[in-house]
Design a protein around this ligand. Structure first.
Ligand SMILES: *[C@@H]1O[C@H](CO)[C@@H](O)[C@H](O)[C@H]1NC(C)=O
Ligand SMILES: *[C@@H]1O[C@H](CO)[C@@H](O)[C@H](O)[C@H]1NC(C)=O
Length: 274
């Protein structure tokens, strides 16, 4: 084999590896942080985190978080979507108050698929997939998160991180800089106990962060629950759905997420059908 061909194969292999990689940030998140209510993330260490924004009075406003799962698809919560609004997606952001951050991008929306069985009363199937108007170029600041295996579950206390620009403590302000908060998983048996969330949580949801001590706030609706896979890459295991109206650190009321591993088939169907 000539050197030329070998080089060609190496380059191709590198390109393919790059194209298929997910959940590997260029800037590593700080995982030693265990602060009540969350804290500033290392800028761009959660590069799949997006800000969903809508137009009001000629100004774009942050409304929800979301997760980039393909170069033209964003996962968010159904309750973030209102038919009457015009949306855009901000990618590669750290500080929402800085309009022209290096490595950031604003992209228009093509279509929004809200789950057919979204139930706003019971908060069931709180999931939506946003197709972007264009494929975005992945970079150090913009990456896709991995999806978990269909049907897979995480054990009690598995350390996951919620990220977003939402409230960090009860009635606290919306953050300018992206925040992260450690939220260990609470298993279904515990979370569905009568004095916890009871029948309001189903097997299609994940609970996390409910010990009332280090729990972050509900954070941004629609944003990711980030959990590390065995190979070290980050998966989006949950979509922030609801929390306690009583406040962020309410005991026995962890944040409730849409369990992404229940919806892999749905995501694939929407993705390939549109
Ligand atoms: C990581 O978090 C810890 C605990 O909050 C903090 O002391 C440390 O300075 C942080 N490191 C970086 C690189 O931000
Ligand atoms: C690591 O595991 C995830 C599954 O969560 C997979 O999507 C990804 O491709 C794997 N990455 C590598 C480099 O094998």
């Amino acid at each position: 084999m000539s050197t030329h061909t070998m080089l060609g194969i190496t380059v191709l292999a590198a390109l393919l590896a790059c194209a298929s990689s997910c959940g590997v940030p260029s800037f590593l998140p700080n995982l030693s942080a265990r602060v009540v209510g969350g804290e500033n993330a290392v800028p761009h260490s959660w590069p799949w985190q997006i800000s969903l924004q809508y137009l009001k009075d000629d100004t774009w406003r942050h409304t929800c978080g979301g997760t980039l799962i393909a170069s033209n698809f964003v996962l968010t919560a159904a309750h973030c979507i209102s038919n009457s609004r015009t949306y855009r997606v901000a990618l590669g952001k750290n500080n929402l108050e800085v309009p022209d951050e290096e490595g950031s991008l604003f992209v228009a929306v093509d279509t929004i698929h809200v789950h057919e069985k979204w139930n706003s009363l019971l908060l069931r199937n709180d999931i939506a997939l946003i197709k972007l108007a264009e494929h975005v170029e992945l970079s150090d600041t913009i990456q896709v998160a991995c999806l978990p295996e269909e049907g897979s579950l995480l054990p009690q206390d598995f350390p996951c991180y919620v990220t977003g620009w939402g409230r960090l403590w009860t009635n606290g302000p919306i953050a300018d800089e992206l925040q992260q908060g450690l939220q260990p998983v609470v298993d279904h048996a515990t979370c569905s106990k009568p004095d916890w969330w009871s029948f309001r949580v189903t097997q299609n949801m994940v609970c996390a962060g409910g010990d009332g001590v280090i729990s972050a706030c509900n954070g941004d609706s629609g944003g990711p629950l980030n959990c590390q896979a065995e190979n070290g890459s980050w998966e989006v295991r949950g979509i922030v759905s609801f929390g306690s109206g009583l406040g962020c650190n309410t005991q026995k009321k962890p944040t409730v997420f849409t369990r992404v591993s229940t919806y892999i088939d749905w995501i694939n169907e929407v993705g390939t059908g549109s």
